[in-house]
Design a protein around this ligand. Structure first.
Ligand SMILES: Cc1cc2nc3c(=O)[nH]c(=O)nc-3n(C[C@H](O)[C@H](O)[C@H](O)COP(=O)(O)OP(=O)(O)OC[C@H]3O[C@@H](n4cnc5c(N)ncnc54)[C@H](O)[C@@H]3O)c2cc1C
Length: 392
């Protein structure tokens, strides 16, 4: 039985674990966090990724967990809606807000539960410290749990991939802003809309989880990189959002107490060759930083990578994986118009962006402008790979 070590139990890692076990691999996942990371807001499952989750038998569960929000509404400091962008304004899968949104934590749980019990070994709270390839495998030195051999190693460890850092040359382009996500509670009426409030260089996006008062908050701010920002992100966020209006004081209070904070600097990743010897990259580690397509590309990439490995040895399979994926990835890494104005730098910039958002759903060419996302999301023809394990 061929063995695979996957670094990262995110969307890419869990999807790959599913498909590799279906193709007869023995899979181990090493995850830096001490448990599955369930944080984040809603993410989108678009285009070909829907085919893949259907092939995994998960479409009904994903549809059932669909958040049901209508789209994003921009509000002023008094909470009044001044522009709206609905999920159905641009056609299915076509807009900035996808029609099939699901909380990242729900998708992580669904993907994890799709693994046959006991079929995947999880090593939490550890990372890969070194990789040494030899004639018939890779010797992996873990940070804490010693040394083991595997046939292949996959870096599915996100935008700041440790596997990538060990072996690959990458172009990691800074996108100029920090993002953070944390769960909170808010006692306001969302009426089914995700609410966005901006002040210069700072954006707050709050995602309601049903009508329970539970929300997922995102705070983002733009500006140059701050040395040591990751040392105390809570203090940094509190400083950056100090004095910001709307419901920020209450959110900052809850930020102080949360033990579920995701904080990172946005980046776009380009890696020329996604594999080196027996080691390969998948998901954000290889092609992170698209706007709204990262999850779908991770799901599709997992399907293709595992499928190719089921038909050939690692060398040919890795080359074929990149071959099959490259056009789809290139098209989906293009950022749609307007995305650079995510956190405008001035009140005038915010006003202009709001006017654009207000007009967008009514512009005659809107589907052409943003409908490109739908075409790109489907810009791959999925092969059928025979499973060695019959689906349950
Ligand atoms: C907690 C969290 C919240 C997020 N929230 C959002 C969101 O709200 N909206 C959005 O668009 N995208 C969000 N993302 C990113 C989004 O999940 C990905 O862009 C996309 O789904 C592609 O998935 P991925 O598996 O490549 O990366 P990720 O989903 O980021 O998964 C990477 C996994 O690797 C683990 N990891 C990182 N470094 C190491 C290491 N050195 N060794 C071992 N494991 C490691 C991480 O803990 C994580 O579990 C979030 C990611 C995380 C981790």
């Amino acid at each position: 039985m061929r063995t695979a070590l996957i670094s990262g139990a995110g969307i890419a890692g869990l999807s790959l674990a599913y498909w590799l076990t279906e193709h007869g691999f023995r899979v181990t996942i090493v995850e830096r966090a001490t448990a599955l990371r369930s944080g984040g807001q809603a993410i989108d499952v678009r285009g070909a990724a829907r085919d893949v989750v259907t092939r995994m038998g998960l479409m009904d569960q994903i549809r059932a967990a669909h958040t049901g929000t209508h789209g994003i509404a921009i509000i002023d400091g008094k909470g009044r809606q001044i522009a709206r962008m609905g999920g159905d304004d641009f056609g299915d899968s076509g807009g900035i807000v996808a029609e099939l949104e699901i909380l990242r934590g729900d998708l992580v749980r669904i993907l994890h539960d799709a693994l046959a019990p006991g079929s995947v070994e999880f090593v939490f709270g550890d990372t890969i410290a070194a990789l040494t390839e030899h004639g018939n495998g890779v010797t992996v030195t873990f940070g804490k749990s010693g040394t083991r051999d595997f046939d292949i190693v996959v870096g599915a460890d996100g935008i700041r991939s440790g596997v990538r850092d060990l072996l690959f040359e990458a172009d990691v382009r800074d996108l100029g802003y920090y993002t953070s996500y944390f769960p909170a509670r808010m006692d306001i009426d969302f009426d089914g809309w995700e609410l966005m409030y901006c002040e210069p260089r700072r954006a707050t996006l709050v995602y309601p989880v049903g009508t329970s008062g539970e929300v997922r908050a995102m705070l983002a701010f733009s500006g140059p990189e701050i040395p040591g920002a990751r040392r105390d992100p809570k203090a940094l966020l509190a400083k950056m959002f100090d004095g910001v209006g709307w419901e920020l004081p209450g959110l900052l209070e809850q930020l102080r107490d949360t033990d579920d904070l995701f904080f990172d600097r946005a980046a776009e990743v380009r890696v020329q060759r996604w594999s080196r010897g027996r080691v390969v990259l998948l998901g954000d580690s290889a092609f992170g930083g698209s706007l709204g397509m990262g999850t779908s590309m991770a799901i599709v990439g997992a399907y293709v990578l595992a499928g190719e490995l089921s038909t050939a040895g690692h060398e040919q399979a890795f080359a074929q994986y990149q071959n099959e994926m490259s056009e789809y990835v290139t098209r989906n890494q293009k950022r749609p118009p307007g995305s650079s104005g995510f956190v405008p730098g001035s009140r005038a910039g915010i006003w202009l962006r709001n006017q654009f958002m207000r007009l967008l759903p009514h512009l005659p060419g809107r589907k052409r402008m943003l409908g490109g996302i739908e075409k790109s999301a489907n810009a791959i023809t999925l092969k059928t790979y025979t499973r060695s394990v019959s689906p349950a």
